[in-house]
Design a binder for this molecule. Structure first.
Ligand SMILES: CC(C)(COP(=O)(O)OP(=O)(O)OC[C@H]1O[C@@H](n2cnc3c(N)ncnc32)[C@H](O)[C@@H]1OP(=O)(O)O)[C@@H](O)C(=O)NCCC(=O)NCCS
Length: 220
């Protein structure tokens, strides 16, 4: 599947246990017309997957493709994009059934909102949307994760994987709109954007059954 964002973003699904990350990346790169042979996959010290040019391949002059992964249950997906304009890519899959408890237990929902959202986002939660607050919460969660991955840090949520380097979820503010979402970054997230030489964040949301697939592109 190729998402028609300002730069095409190819998604590849790994459904079988024997498909590896690099294999999914090759398939996704093919979908945007990029030869995978010169590239190998590595992870930064913060855990971000990156592609680098293998030794023996002359510099091409073209920008490096960017990559992101996400797992949800037994589903694993990779996303890739390549354009001079792109400084980062983030993918997040969220099974919205994980938030089902918040639908029936409003105290649990409020706890989750406080954990993930800035007070401004919470007050905005009911005022501007036709969606159930739980669906707004799920959108925000997936988008914040995707943006944090595009920024190369992940989110700091309790003792999760991003606990050491991750950004506070409140530094990435999401305003859902009819076409997706507007993102506002403050604090350390704004510092990361400046460090990466980016100026805009574009987002895209796909729904598939109970799954929410959020993609964030960091644009120069
Ligand atoms: C690690 C983190 C980036 C995402 O974690 P997650 O949503 O649980 O996991 P996902 O399956 O969506 O993503 C995992 C992938 O993120 C990527 N990733 C890890 N660190 C990253 C970073 N700093 N920047 C960009 N991508 C990163 C990796 O590719 C990883 O897969 P791989 O190690 O197999 O390559 C981070 O945001 C985090 O720890 N979040 C907290 C998660 C949590 O606490 N969840 C429970 C909430 S109820």
């Amino acid at each position: 599947m190729v998402l028609r964002m300002s730069t095409p973003v190819a998604l590849a699904v790994l459904t079988e246990a024997n498909e590896s990350g690099p294999y999914a990346v090759s398939r996704a790169l093919m979908r945007i017309g990029v030869d995978d042979a010169p590239y190998s996959l590595f992870h930064t010290r913060m855990g971000q997957p990156r592609l680098r040019r293998k030794r023996g391949f002359a510099p091409s002059g073209a920008s490096h493709p960017v990559v992101s992964f996400s797992d949800e249950g037994s589903l694993r997906m990779a996303a890739v994009a390549r354009s001079e304009a792109v400084a980062g890519l983030g993918l997040d899959i969220l099974d919205t059934r994980r938030l089902d408890r918040c639908r029936t237990d409003s105290a649990a929902r409020r706890r989750m909102e406080r954990r993930l959202c800035h007070p401004d986002e919470i007050s905005d939660m009911c005022a501007h949307h036709d969606l159930h607050p739980c669906d707004v919460l799920a959108l925000r969660f997936a988008l914040k994760e995707a943006v944090s991955k595009a920024l190369g840090t992940g989110l700091r949520l309790g003792l999760g994987l991003g606990a050491k380097h991750g950004l506070s979820p409140q530094d990435i503010r999401v305003v859902p709109t009819a076409r997706g979402a507007d993102i506002r970054v403050v604090g350390r997230a704004a510092g990361r954007i400046a460090y990466l030489g980016a100026s805009t964040i574009e987002t895209h949301i796909e729904h598939s059954g109970s799954l929410l697939i959020a993609v964030a592109l960091l644009l120069r």
